[in-house]
Design a protein around this ligand. Structure first.
Ligand code: GLA
Length: 416
């Protein structure tokens, strides 16, 4: 977003207004110009549950952002107001470290823990941060599978760094935000969401190798295509523990396959499922107990699908891309077991809508949202089909968001 545009973006305007409402013109204890920082949510096109297996992902940043508007404080206090939760929270930076972040955040509302976690990681990385008074706003739907949490983390990092006059390269910011989620929130997420937010570029998908962190932009210009995100409206309380359990299962599967492949004495050592080719897996799959076999089969086939999807994108082949989305969904449903009746319903309704190329759950699963790739003219009929059929199958409405592929984080200082 260019500065001019930025100042006019509705979410940034909302953050400025929220700042005025929460702190007034002359906020006590605050100094310096008003600083606005923002960062986008993401939609992962394909490559689900591959990131923490050192594999590949293909996300886009969306044109929806989390925003912080605020000023410095010199006393090390961070005072926050969330427009989403209509709630205030504060913490101090004094002696805050990644190791004590979980304890120091225990009494904070969930949303504030993300900011405390990010501040703790930045301090731990040696950044001399200042306190702040800030309001949080944004138009990434919360908990809907577009990674509102990563958007908030990356936005917080961008804001704290801007106030301190510091710069850090984007993937290092992504790593620190990922660690904030591990330490302060307790979910062992991979790098997908934070990297997608940090690296976002309008009109471009990001092919990221989650081991080396090498990445490549691929233009997202499938002719006549629209990206639609359908929120099932379902949130699963157990998602965090089920997520950590999947991750553990993958590590166990990788260790068993490493042993089997080492005994063969060919190829390089296996340290993650990323190192196991589909051929090697086929030779040794029966050595894995269930459910480890199916978990590994998903990750290994999904990694291959990311490469094929990148090819389809380069070739502008929407039909092939869509087919890979359906296959990914089936694998997430049957082998990885992270789908739900509601997500399956959205995918099935999409499949029956003429002009839809493909659909699948996106993000961690266990509820959340599905991504649909459709011809532009199919978006309206898709919305109508979901409004007609989804409530009967799921007992609730789905919310449909048309998404554009947006830019990464940004900051403006001195706006009024
Ligand atoms: C969540 C995590 C990511 C990734 C996805 C599944 O969004 O935050 O790191 O593991 O689930 O692909």
């Amino acid at each position: 977003m260019a500065e001019q545009q930025a100042a006019e973006h509705p979410a940034l305007r909302a953050a400025r207004a929220a700042y005025q409402a929460a702190f007034g013109e002359r906020a006590e204890g605050q100094q310096g110009p008003l600083t606005l920082a923002w960062a986008p949510g993401r939609v992962n096109l394909i490559g689900e549950h591959t990131d923490y297996n050192d594999g590949w992902v293909l996300p886009v940043a969306v044109d929806r952002v989390a925003v912080l508007a605020g000023r410095k404080r010199s006393d090390g206090v961070v005072q926050l107001f969330s427009t989403h939760h209509q709630e205030a929270a504060s913490f101090t930076l004094d002696d805050l470290t990644p190791d004590n972040a979980a304890r120091r955040g225990a009494d904070l509302p969930g949303w504030a823990r993300y900011l405390l976690g990010v501040a703790a990681e930045l301090l731990g990385a040696g950044c001399a941060l200042t306190g702040a008074g800030a309001a949080i706003a944004g138009d990434v739907p919360l908990g809907a599978g577009m990674s509102s949490s990563a958007a908030l983390e990356v936005c917080a990092a961008t804001f704290f760094l801007a106030l301190a006059g510091l710069e850090i390269e984007p993937l290092r910011v992504a790593r620190l935000c990922q660690h904030a989620e591990h330490h302060a929130v307790g979910v062992r997420v991979g790098i997908l969401d934070q990297a997608a937010s940090c690296l976002g570029r309008a009109g471009q998908a990001i092919l990221l190798d989650c081991r080396s962190l090498a990445y490549e932009y691929i233009p997202f210009n499938l002719p006549d295509a629209a990206l639609v995100v359908c929120d099932t409206g379902v949130r699963r309380e157990l998602a965090a523990s089920a997520y950590n359990e999947r991750r553990q299962q993958c590590e166990e599967a990788a260790a068993l396959l490493a042993r089997a492949l080492a005994a063969e004495g060919v190829g390089s050592p296996v340290t993650a499922l990323r190192d196991v080719s589909p051929e090697a897996f086929a030779r040794h799959a029966e050595k894995l107990p269930e459910p480890l076999r199916r978990r590994a089969r998903h990750v290994i086939s999904e990694n291959a699908s990311v490469q094929q999807a990148a090819e389809a994108l380069r070739a502008g082949d929407a039909a092939r891309f869509g087919q890979l989305l359906y296959e990914s969904h089936a694998s997430l449903r049957d082998d990885y077991e992270v789908s739900s009746a509601e997500l399956d319903a959205v995918v099935e309704i999409a499949r029956q809508t003429p002009g839809v190329w493909g659909a699948r759950l996106t993000g961690a699963g266990f509820g959340g949202c599905a991504l649909v790739l459709a011809k532009r003219e199919a978006v309206e009929p898709l919305g109508a089909a979901l409004a007609r059929e989804y409530p009967a199958r799921a007992g609730r409405q789905a919310t449909v968001y048309a998404c554009a592929v947006g830019d990464g984080p940004g900051v403006v200082v001195g706006v009024s």
